[in-house]
Design a protein. Structure first.
Length: 280
């Protein structure tokens, strides 16, 4: 994938590379979050009794709306997130968040435990570990409680020319998100940034000692940009059309590399959202 611009910001052992891939304005979809807040995108429970992972989405706007796993879906019995990004077409009457297990990336074999179940088990474990008074295991409440005061003042500036972010931890890529237009990137940048900082071992770097005394080597531009380009090349080689049912508009590809889970959602050959994660 061709990158047109890149810039690097370091905080401790975390490096954030913002970059641009668009020569034009991209596809004009909008993030779903504001529409949910205004009641223009309505999320409701499925009518299937006892099924909590199926939701219906009613898009009352004239825009294509992107739902990602960074969007909190309010309006159902529990606040929750989707597993894979979904593009909801204008006035589309009914969409469901994924309820079935996703195919394993390389083998094509279904997991014994569904992806949705894994997500809720992880949330349940986090609630128990935090000893939080969160009886409904509300994902939004959990995120709010995970905010760390040590992040205050750690300013990360969004680059207006970018539409993508790669996050390095200990000089290795942890995850990368590319949005299909700059407005969507501007909306999701704070969420992506916060997600990176929540992974940061704060006590190791912001305790009694100063950053200068910490034993880590900051990520350098040449290394970061080289590793990013190499990572994106591998992602491009391993994206394959998904045979699973797609809940929403567009076309879904999945990464068929066992060390790099992820997906690409596109519409009429225009990129909507690409997300890739390194498990190496």
């Amino acid at each position: 994938m061709k990158t047109l611009t890149k810039n690097l910001q370091n905080i401790g052992n975390i490096g954030l590379v913002q970059f641009g891939t668009l020569e034009d304005d991209g596809f004009g979809f909008k993030p779903a979050g504001p529409a949910i807040e205004k009641g223009a995108l309505i999320i409701k429970e499925s009518q299937e009794e006892g099924v909590v992972s199926k939701l219906l989405a009613f898009n009352k706007t004239s825009d294509f709306l992107l739902l990602t796993d960074m969007d909190i879906l309010r309006g159902a019995k529990q606040n929750r997130v989707v597993n894979t990004s979904v593009l909801i077409a204008p006035d589309f009457k009914m969409r469901s968040a994924k309820a079935t297990s996703l195919k394993k990336r390389a083998s094509g074999i279904f997991d014994g435990e569904g992806v949705q179940s894994k997500m809720w088990n992880m949330i349940s474990n986090k609630v128990r570990e935090s000893r939080s008074d969160n009886t409904t295991e509300d994902y939004e409440q959990l995120l709010s409680e995970e905010e760390k005061p040590a992040f205050a003042g750690r300013k990360l500036v969004m680059d207006k020319s970018s539409n993508a972010l790669a996050v390095f931890i200990d000089r290795q890529i942890a995850f990368c998100d590319i949005l299909g237009n700059r407005n969507a990137y501007a909306f999701y940048f704070p969420k992506l940034k916060d997600g990176a900082l929540r992974s940061f071992p704060v006590n190791d770097y912001f305790g009694e000692n100063s950053e200068k005394e910490m034993k880590f080597e900051p990520l350098k531009e040449a290394e970061a940009f080289y590793k990013l380009d190499e990572f994106l090349d591998e992602v491009g080689k391993n994206l394959k059309i998904s045979g699973e049912r797609l809940f929403g508009a567009g076309k879904l590809k999945r990464l068929m590399d066992e060390n790099t889970p992820g997906f690409e959602l596109s519409y009429q050959d225009r990129l909507i959202h690409l997300a890739a994660f390194s498990e190496a």
